[in-house]
Design a protein around this ligand. Structure first.
Ligand SMILES: C[S@@+](CC[C@H](N)C(=O)[O-])C[C@H]1O[C@@H](n2cnc3c(N)ncnc32)[C@H](O)[C@@H]1O
Length: 288
């Protein structure tokens, strides 16, 4: 290290509330990769410092060393809080709306047209974050299939992050979160109420009825055998390296039959990751 960078590094260390060494960063990123599959590159060092510092403050710890010891002791609840702190939960209603158009115009329309009466449909929202994705799927189904109550339809909504999953299950959103929903839909599917000065929007019971929430880590064996007609696996594998993605999609392929659908996020691809699917639309795949 030359004088100037040593000086900068000293200034940086002084400015920080906690000392954060290379070995702290490497140990934490190794652990998060093992537990969640998330691959944190060097550029994420500040993000890790910022988010994990909050855990140190909450626990009254004064060093990253003490925090690492706590994690290494196998403290289960802190391991969960640590992973929750490092996951990115960004989502919105009808995000990447072409997927919901496809679901309505191709998948559900074909099922309705099959005319066999009550159909069985299983859809998995595999990294559902705060719930906007599975509720958007449920709204699409109810709008497209008038007699949906007579069908056998189940949406499974899962996430690794237990805090965000609890929020998803609550189904209560602030005004800034419901901006993507058209007024007519909003009136039908979310009940407005006031909590003090704040307006909140609660999803109606008929939507919630279609969805089962469950904590699932995509790094582990899948606890279901399928078959799943459609899987939304969006904006999560972007954080995994290719090897982790290959292993995950090999597991996912086992719970789908030829013809079943897989939706990925806008910057995700199965190219050089899986040969079990064919690309049929913008980030839409069909099981071969
Ligand atoms: C950016 S959000 C995507 C939400 C939604 N699918 C969408 O596209 O709007 C990514 C979600 O993946 C979850 N996640 C990260 N690693 C995971 C893992 N190993 N297993 C299951 N979920 C994971 C995070 O907790 C987070 O809620």
């Amino acid at each position: 290290m030359n004088n100037q960078s040593a000086e900068l590094s000293a200034v940086e260390t002084r400015a920080r509330e906690f000392q954060f060494t290379d070995s702290d960063f490497i140990a934490l990123r190794t652990l998060v990769k093992e537990m969640t599959g998330i691959n944190l590159t060097d550029s994420k060092r500040e993000l890790v410092y910022g988010r994990v510092s909050r855990r140190l403050r909450a626990l009254g710890l004064s060093t990253f060393g003490a925090y690492r010891e706590l994690l290494e002791s196998g403290d289960g609840s802190e391991l969960v809080a640590f992973c929750n702190a490092l996951t990115t939960n960004l989502t919105s209603f009808y995000r990447e709306s072409h997927h919901f158009d496809y679901l309505r115009d191709e998948f559900l329309a074909a099922r309705r047209g099959a005319g066999r009466g009550s159909e069985r449909i299983r859809i998995w929202s595999s990294a559902c974050s705060s719930g906007e994705e599975p509720y958007s799927i449920a709204m699409t189904i109810i709008e497209t299939i008038p007699d949906w109550q007579k069908w056998d339809i189940k949406i499974l909504a899962t996430d690794l992050d237990s805090d965000i999953l609890a929020r998803a299950q609550r189904g209560c959103y602030t005004a800034d979160r419901i901006k993507g929903i058209e007024p007519k839909r909003l009136a039908r599917f979310l009940n407005e109420s006031r909590e003090g000065a704040e307006r909140t929007y609660q999803v109606v019971p008929e939507l919630a009825k279609l969805i089962t929430f469950k904590q699932i880590n995509l790094m582990h064996d899948l606890p279901m055998s399928g078959p799943l007609d459609a899987i939304f696996c969006r904006n999560v594998v972007i954080y995994f390296d290719k090897e982790t993605q290959r292993a995950l999609f090999a597991r996912i392929a086992k719970v789908q039959r030829p013809g079943d659908l897989l939706f990925l996020g806008h910057s995700e691809t199965l190219f050089k990751v899986s040969d079990d699917y064919a690309l049929i639309g913008r980030t839409i795949y069909r099981r071969s």
